[in-house]
Design a protein around this ligand. Structure first.
Ligand code: CO
Length: 491
C-alpha cells in the first residue's frame, strides 16, 4: 500500500492545483477587469504546465508501476488506481509538440471565429478550422493507439468515458426517426403565447433565482451565484460557483438557467466526501453531469407542479400581471419552436441539433470529409431535420458554436446522452419514490436529492455511465423514457 499511498498524495496535490485553476478561471469570467487578461493567461498556463509536469514525472510512472503490484482490496481504491493510470496515459501519450501546436491552433481559431462569425465569413474562417481538425485527427490517432479505440471513439471517451459510436448511433437513429414527426404534431396543436409585461428588474430576478436555488437545496455556505456572459458551473465540490445572465426584458432565461446550473452544482456537492481529492471522487463524465442539470431543469423545474410553486413567487416578486396564469406560464416554459440556433433550442428539437453535429464530426475525424463541404452539408441537415435552411447564413449555421474551433470534437453527444439519462433516471426515481410531482408540490426536494445522491452523485467516478445506468435504473440507456416523457409532456 506504500506506493498507492504515495500516489494518493501526488493526486491530492494535483487536485489542489485544479482547485486554484477553477477559482482563477471563475474569477476571469466573472470579476476580472479586462486589463488583467494577459497576466491571468500567463498565470493559468504556468499552473497548468506545473500540473502537467507533475503528472508526467518519472516519480508518477514508477509509483504507478509499483502500486499496481501491491494488490488493492477496496473497490474504491481499485477504481481510483485505474483512473490514475488512465490520466497518466492520457497525459503522456501525446507528444509535447502536438499539445503545443493544438493549443496554439485552437486559441487562434477561437479568436478568428469571433471576428469571422460576426461577419458571416466562412471563407476566411475555414483555413483556421482546417488546421485545428488536422491536429485533432493526429491527437485522435495517438489516443486510439493508446486506448485501443477507434479515433472518434477515443475523442468521445475523453469527455464521456465508455461512450462510443456503437452505443450512440442506434440511440440517435431512433431519435431522428421519431422527433421530426413529434415536433410537427406539437406545432399543429400549440397555442400562441400571451406576452408578459417587462421590465423585470435584475435585482428582483437575482433574488428569485437565489430563492429557487435554496428551495432545490443549494448550499450557500459552500457556493454562490454570480453573473457571466455564458452561464456555467465552476469551482470545486467544496466551493461551487454557478453563474447566469440577466435581461430586463424577460425573466425566463435567467431563472431556468439558474435551475440548470443548480442541477450541476447539486452533483458537485454530492460527490463522495472521502475521495474528493482523488480521481475517483470527481465527476467522471460530461454526459452524467448534463443528466443532473437536465433532470433538475427539464424534469423538475419545467413540470406543472414546479410552475404552480413558481407562480405566486413571480407575482410577489414582479407584481400581478394579466398574463401571469398557470396555463400561459406553462405554455411559455414548454414552447416548441424549431430554429437555427442550438443554444436557444427547446427540449424536443435540441437532440436534432446534436445529431446533425454528431454525424458531421464523426465523418470529419474518421472519413476524411473535406472541411469545405461543411456549409452545404449543414444546410442539407437543417432542411432534413428542421425544414429550415442556412444556405447563405453560415453565421447561424455551421459557424454558430465555439466547440469545433476550440478543438472539442466528441463533446456534443454528451448533451443528448444527458437528456436521455435524465429521463430514464426520473422514471426509475418515480418508481421508487412515488409521484415526483407530489414531492415538488410538498417542496420535498431533499427527498429527490437524497435519491440522486445515493444512486449517482455519491459514486463519483467509480462507475462508467453505462454501469451507473444499469445500477440506478436496472437497464442500459435507451430512448424509451425520453420519448415517453416528451410525448406525455407535449402532446
Ligand atoms: Co449544462
Amino acid at each position: 500500500m506504500k506506493s498507492y499511498q504515495s500516489l494518493k498524495e501526488q493526486f491530492e496535490m494535483l487536485y489542489h492545483m485544479k482547485h486554484a485553476d477553477a477559482i482563477l478561471s471563475w474569477d476571469e469570467a466573472v470579476m476580472m477587469p479586462n486589463g488583467g487578461a494577459n497576466a491571468r493567461q500567463h498565470a493559468l498556463s504556468s499552473l497548468r504546465g506545473l500540473s502537467h509536469e507533475k503528472m508526467c514525472s518519472p516519480l508518477m510512472r514508477d509509483t504507478l508501476k509499483s502500486a499496481k503490484e501491491e494488490g488493492l482490496s477496496s473497490a474504491w481504491d481499485i477504481a481510483n488506481l485505474r483512473l490514475m493510470e488512465k490520466q497518466y496515459l492520457h497525459a503522456t501519450c501525446l507528444p509535447n509538440k502536438l499539445v503545443k501546436a493544438l493549443s496554439h491552433a485552437t486559441l487562434e481559431a477561437e479568436h478568428k471565429w469571433r471576428t469571422y462569425r460576426a461577419e458571416n465569413n466562412w471563407q476566411a474562417f475555414q483555413p483556421y478550422l482546417e488546421k485545428v481538425i488536422g491536429l485533432v485527427k493526429e491527437k485522435a490517432i495517438r489516443l486510439s493507439d493508446t486506448f485501443s479505440l477507434s479515433p472518434y471513439d477515443a475523442l468521445l471517451d475523453e469527455f464521456s468515458p465508455g461512450l462510443n459510436t456503437r452505443v450512440l448511433s442506434p440511440l440517435f437513429d431512433t431519435l431522428k426517426e421519431a422527433l421530426p414527426t413529434l415536433v410537427e404534431q406539437v406545432l399543429n396543436k400549440q397555442k400562441p403565447l400571451l406576452p408578459f409585461n417587462p421590465p423585470f428588474a435584475i435585482e428582483k430576478q437575482a433574488a428569485l433565482g437565489q430563492e429557487l436555488m435554496g428551495l432545490i437545496g443549494f448550499d450557500f455556505s459552500r457556493g454562490r451565484l454570480d453573473v457571466s456572459h455564458h452561464p456555467f458551473c465552476g469551482g470545486v465540490s467544496e466551493d461551487v460557483r454557478i453563474t447566469t445572465r440577466y435581461d430586463e426584458k424577460e425573466f425566463m432565461t435567467s431563472l431556468m438557467g439558474v435551475c440548470h446550473e443548480t442541477g450541476h452544482a447539486m452533483y458537485e456537492f454530492g460527490l463522495p466526501a472521502d475521495y474528493l481529492s482523488q480521481p475517483v471522487g470527481q465527476a467522471p463524465c460530461m454526459s452524467i453531469h448534463e443528466s443532473q442539470s437536465l433532470l433538475v431543469e427539464m424534469g423538475l423545474c419545467r413540470s406543472n407542479a414546479f410552475i404552480k410553486l413558481l407562480l405566486p413567487k413571480l407575482v410577489k416578486t414582479f407584481g400581478a400581471q394579466p398574463t401571469f396564469s398557470l396555463e400561459n406560464l406553462r405554455d411559455h416554459y414548454l414552447n416548441v419552436s424549431p430554429g437555427l440556433i442550438r443554444v436557444d433550442a427547446d427540449e424536443l428539437t435540441y437532440p436534432l441539433h446534436i445529431i446533425l453535429r454528431y454525424e458531421l464530426e464523426k465523418r470529419l475525424i474518421e472519413d476524411d470529409l473535406n472541411v469545405d463541404a461543411l456549409p452545404a452539408l449543414w444546410d442539407e441537415g437543417m432542411k432534413k431535420y428542421f425544414n429550415l435552411s442556412t444556405a447563405t447564413d453560415n453565421k447561424n449555421g455551421v459557424m454558430q458554436d465555439v466547440h469545433w474551433p476550440s478543438g472539442a470534437f466528441g463533446y456534443f453527444p454528451a448533451y443528448t446522452i444527458g437528456a436521455l439519462m435524465a429521463a430514464q433516471l426520473y422514471e426509475a426515481m418515480e418508481g421508487e419514490l412515488g409521484s415526483i410531482n407530489q414531492l415538488i408540490d410538498e417542496q420535498r426536494f431533499d427527498v429527490i436529492m437524497a435519491w440522486l445522491r445515493k444512486n449517482i452523485h455519491g459514486y463519483g467516478a467509480r462507475y462508467t455511465f453505462d454501469e451507473l445506468m444499469r445500477k440506478a435504473t436496472g437497464k442500459p440507456l435507451d430512448t424509451h423514457a425520453f420519448l415517453n416523457h416528451v410525448k406525455k409532456r407535449y402532446l
